[in-house]
Design a protein around this ligand. Sequence first.
Ligand code: NDP
Length: 473
Amino acid sequence: MTTVIPSAPDREPSAARQTLLILGASGDLTARLLLPGLGRLVASGTAPEITLIGSGRDDWDDGQWQRRVTDSFATVGADGPREAALIREARYLSADVTREDDLRRLLALCQGQLVIFFALPPMVTARSAAALCRAGLPPGTRLMLEKPFGTDSISARSLNDLLTELVPEEQVHRIDHFLGKSTVLNILGLRFANRIFEPVLNASHVACVDIVFDETLGLEARAGYYDGAGAMVDMVQSHLLQVLALLAMDAPPTLTARELRDRKAQVLRATRLWDDDPAAWSRRARYAAGEVAGRRLPAYAQEPGVDPARGTETLAEVVLAVDTWRWAGVPFRLRSGKAMAATRKEAIVTFRQPARVPDGLVGYEHPDRLRIGFGPDRLGLDVNINGPGNPFELEQVRLAADFGPGDLPPYGEVLRAVFEGDPTLSVRGDIAEECWRIVEPVLGAWRADEVPLTEYPAGSRGPADSLIGPVPG
Ligand code: NDP
């Protein structure tokens, strides 16, 4: 069985030329994620004509920037004539983007529909947005921002206020590349285009929901970004809460940006820490030295660029309650860990046991589970059947299917949506604030040391005091 929900209908590239202005062009995010996504989008032939302008404080010339773009495009095989034409015309301007004069010089280079990507540290983004308010923007400008959106709900709100002073909310794209368009549509298609799942996705039938993003990768030289964020902000506050919203929300009548984001906001407003007790229902830990997939990793605290005194966690767990009619009493357990024994990117819905297994059927051990895997997107359904051999003995089997892959990597999908002016998948301002509200009690308790920072060996299944334990395999 294969369910394929296409990521997008056949599409024509939009004719009008657009300018993509990247602030923070010399940074890690631009090189590793943004430019490869752009390269694949351009190679697909579905992008509009794009003028690419990069800016950073480094004193690069156009040639250095063009080489950076060429190298990043090459990592995804984007080396055709369309990409070459874009690279030939790419411009670079050295600027301090927190200064109004520098921004005016940059804006003077931009033509047509303008998209500004803030690939900047969060504090610099806020200062740059304030300077843009003074410099003024061409009408219709779209803004793209990476996580984290602020550092808490108060800073997120003031950033939101600044952004909406610059452009209307529909032109602010707070991007979440974890949930590319194909993944979101796969979850929505599974839930709302099938009669069999939706009637049982509620507290009467579901025992708990786990949303897990474990990876075998360690820090991978990303201390500059990661050591200031940690697993809770990097993954749980941002991506995993978006997955929770899609799994727990009610059906939107249409997939318009407004309806979809209203439903997500509604369910996140009803979400809070289980028992409001961070000591009982959150965990934080960082990896100690160990071996992962045949590779020796040093302890996180020894990684270059890490300040061990910060106490940054590489594994975060939290148990949340969704106080709605549908989900009251069902724990949603979220976890993300680095340097784990195995990669798991999954949401697992564990169903309650049947009211009664008839006498005579033996071997009932495991409840039914619905599994939704991300990247690659997969569906699995664990059910109990009378397998081969003794017909009275139950065994659990997995019905599995792969969803069709999206035609672009997540950053390509995100960029395409922004060039099309479609904010459906971007995180609306109130939703970003709500996500901070949910995790703030936990982050506060961690800062106050009310929850100990424990350790787990790299390559293990996590800390001994895990709330979730080994995720059922
Ligand atoms: P880097 O530190 O690698 O890059 C930051 C960029 O911002 C550099 O190009 C830097 O230029 C530029 N910059 C800083 N201050 C100014 C200024 N005043 N004027 C002009 N340019 C300035 O950061 P990342 O690329 O890692 O991260 C960028 C954003 O993306 C951050 O918000 C981060 O949280 C987010 N993010 C990053 C991820 C990643 O994997 N890297 C993943 C998810 C989110 P210069 O070299 O001159 O300092």
